[in-house]
Write a protein that binds this ligand. Structure first.
Ligand SMILES: C[S@@+](CC[C@H](N)C(=O)[O-])C[C@H]1O[C@@H](n2cnc3c(N)ncnc32)[C@H](O)[C@@H]1O
Length: 127
């Protein structure tokens, strides 16, 4: 099964992951990411999924700007609904393939890749 079909099926229940596995906030990998962020960072969240990590960063650090990209429109739809519901204004979402991106050089302070393994990018940052 390819990734897009897999996440089409999983999108509506993906957030159970945080409830089941990451409920212990002190030992959650989400905490390690939150601790690594500076309050004014501009962040690229690769393969943002349902934007759980992006939303946590956005809420903890309201001055950050986060761009979440994902190839699955189904995951992005769930993410967009959450952002709307929680009235988050510092997360933007884009439908994009993480192995073929075109952002300008030095646009982001940090690039986040959480809970996944990517193949080697064909093209990452364009000059
Ligand atoms: C395990 S989820 C991780 C979601 C999120 N990073 C998190 O911390 O919960 C993996 C995500 O990677 C996305 N993905 C897989 N291959 C991708 C690619 N080439 N470009 C962009 N997104 C991709 C999937 O659509 C899915 O939403």
């Amino acid at each position: 099964m390819n990734s897009i079909l897999f996440y089409k099926i999983m999108a509506k229940c993906y957030d159970l992951l945080d409830i089941i596995y990451f409920h212990d906030k002190k030992n959650s990998p989400r905490k390690a990411v939150l601790d690594a962020v500076n309050r004014n960072d501009t962040i690229l969240d690769l393969c943002t999924g349902t934007a759980s990590m992006a939303i946590q960063i956005a809420k903890r650090y309201p001055n950050t700007k986060i761009m979440g990209i994902d190839i699955s429109k189904d995951m992005l739809r769930v993410a967009q609904n959450k952002i709307h519901k929680e009235q988050i204004t510092n997360v933007e979402l884009l439908s994009m393939d993480a192995t073929d991106m075109s952002f300008e050089k030095e646009r982001f302070d940090k690039i986040l890749v959480s809970l996944l393994k990517l193949p080697t990018p064909k093209r990452c940052i364009e000059p």
